[in-house]
Design a protein around this ligand. Structure first.
Ligand code: ADP
Length: 166
């Protein structure tokens, strides 16, 4: 039985992440979407709990996928979960440099854990959580980029911020 972990910020989960998750769920027996809970890093837009709730709703139709948070190195977390695979997505050559470096570092840290990169679907190669936040912050339409409940959460957050600055 192969357990895979897809570690990321998911701030918030996009249709690009979801596409990778759906495809990875077909390749492995169990897939864990693991939210990086990094208290010392720059503040995310959504709290860890909010990100987890949005992700759970987004993958509710995938029986072999679960959502969790981690505060350690990704390989340490994978090891704790008895996972042997780290899943990542590759959008473009810019992702490649970063993913290549991460995969080698992780291999040095834990040689028994393999990184498997899935190519981004053509329609999502431009899609990132930061682009989605940028569009939503200016009131733009993100309905084709994220699940409907995530689009609603983004609208809520930015509407509240607008209200607060009035
Ligand atoms: P982090 O900021 O922790 O890298 P992200 O949530 O931005 O987290 O992305 C995590 C992983 O998901 C990376 O491997 C990234 O390449 C991949 N990813 C992000 N967006 C997409 C997308 N649109 N299509 C495919 N993979 C993606």
């Amino acid at each position: 039985m192969t357990i895979a972990v897809y570690p990321a910020s998911f701030d918030p989960i996009t249709n690009g992440h979801l596409d990778v998750a759906q495809r990875a769920a077909r390749l492995f027996d169990t897939l864990i979407l693991a939210v990086a809970d990094r208290p010392n890093h720059k503040t995310p837009l959504f709290s860890t709990e909010e990100r987890i709730a949005m992700m759970r709703e987004a993958v509710a139709h995938l029986p072999n996928v679960r959502v969790d948070a981690f505060r350690t190195l990704a390989v340490e977390y994978a090891d704790q979960q008895q996972a042997t695979v780290l899943v990542r997505g590759l959008r473009a050559s810019t992702d490649f440099e970063h993913e290549f470096q991460m995969a080698h570092i992780n291999h040095r840290l834990a040689a028994d854990i393999e990184t498997v990169c899935l190519m981004a679907d053509q329609q999502y190669t431009f899609l990132s959580s930061s682009a989605v936040k940028e569009i939503a912050a200016y009131g733009g339409d993100v309905t084709n980029l994220v699940p409907p409940h995530v689009a609603a959460a983004l609208r809520r957050v930015y509407d509240q911020r607008k209200e607060a600055t009035r």
